[in-house]
Design a protein around this ligand. Structure first.
Ligand SMILES: C[S@@+](CC[C@H](N)C(=O)[O-])C[C@H]1O[C@@H](n2cnc3c(N)ncnc32)[C@H](O)[C@@H]1O
Length: 339
């Protein structure tokens, strides 16, 4: 407790604290002390972990570790040079940590606070409200890479495949496929202007801009698909579409509800609104025996299986379902039957 008091007073002094972030347990009545030798990275992490825990912020320790590591120029706390952990921080660093932590207190996701995040080994710029790529989507990418490299003919991937991604967001899926498949090309579409801009930026950042065509497009407007016809036919369609059941939206964490674009998540009554548009229109763009890979809710494999049976005109078959790392059926491989 004594140490806490000293640390907090030193922090107040270092920051010229005047009331500041709502809910922080600081008192402007405390005497000002010089922070000499006190506020090291480890002490700051303990301090902010306790503040976050007290305020009910999820992943309190991870959040403070990421923020402090970022300010010290590292990606993770574990990758910080041991010497940096005990060294006193500069006034500027303290102020920056304070500022970033205040965003976390407002439930901003760490990925937006840091402004970048790794996906499948690529460092991507992150900007709200563009959807933050989730770790399970890396499994979808892995599956597609496995099929394309090991069984290209079985998934209809000819040569360097031409891939269409529906709902590219930050560009995570498209760019990771391009980086692993040097002969491939991607058409990435999204209806969100912020998503289109961010995919452009991330493609430039990774020097992949020459193999990706990024098109603003709402796939629910049928006439829009006609714009894609000149770019096809494509070997593969891939999508992590908005698939949350509308009634489940309000149960999402405040981090998601307050910062991420709801149209990136809300899939309508049964989470199928965008999925059915993709399935109804993809056969027009797919080559014979081309494939569709989707990330979905665990309730969807059954719903989509029945929906496809009710639409034999589409000539699409659900050929495989994969489980995510939690064992839930989340990924679908749907193939166009040869005529
Ligand atoms: C779940 S996010 C996936 C983003 C990215 N592919 C990823 O996995 O990180 C769904 C994306 O679909 C886009 N989207 C939603 N409705 C759309 C529509 N009607 N047409 C095109 N894109 C749409 C959203 O803007 C969002 O970027």
């Amino acid at each position: 407790v004594k140490l806490w008091g000293r640390m907090l007073r030193a922090l107040i002094s270092a920051l010229g604290w005047r009331g500041g972030i709502q809910g922080c347990a600081f008192s402007s009545q405390q005497p000002h002390l010089t922070p000499t030798g006190l506020l090291s990275a480890t002490e700051l992490i303990s301090h902010w972990t306790a503040v976050f825990e007290k305020r009910g912020i999820p992943e309190a320790r991870e959040s403070s570790e990421y923020i402090v590591a970022h300010v010290l120029g590292a990606k993770t706390f574990q990758s910080l040079r041991p010497g940096l952990l005990t060294q006193p921080l500069t006034r500027w660093q303290l102020r920056y940590i304070q500022e970033l932590s205040s965003y976390r207190l407002q439930r901003m996701p760490v990925q937006y606070i840091l402004g970048e995040w790794d996906f499948h080994g690529l460092s991507l710029k992150m900007v709200p409200p563009v959807f933050i790529p989730r770790p399970e989507t890396e499994e979808l990418v892995e599956w597609v890479l496995e099929e394309v490299t090991q069984r290209p003919h079985a998934v209809g991937a000819h040569g360097g495949p031409l891939i269409l991604e529906v709902g590219c967001g930050s560009g995570a899926i498209s760019l990771s496929l391009l980086s692993k498949l040097p002969e491939s090309q991607v058409i990435a579409v999204d209806k969100g202007e912020a998503a289109i801009c961010l995919t452009h930026e991330n493609a430039q950042r990774l020097q992949l801009q020459d193999r990706i065509r990024i098109i603003p497009l709402d796939v629910t407007l049928e006439q829009n698909w006609a714009h894609l016809l000149p770019w096809g036919p494509v070997d593969l369609v891939i999508s992590n579409p908005p698939y949350v059941f509308h009634r489940d939206m309000e149960q999402l964490a405040p981090e998601i509800l307050s910062y991420e674009d709801p149209t990136a998540l809300d899939g309508g009554e049964e989470g199928m609104d965008i999925i059915t548009h993709i399935l109804a229109l993809a056969p027009r763009l797919l080559k014979d025996s081309g494939s569709i890979f989707l990330e979905v809710d665990p309730r969807h494999p059954e719903l989509i299986g029945s929906w496809l049976q009710s639409r034999p005109d589409l000539s699409l078959n659900l050929v495989a379902v994969r489980r995510d790392f939690c064992g839930r059926p989340r990924f679908l491989h749907i193939q166009r039957s040869e005529p």
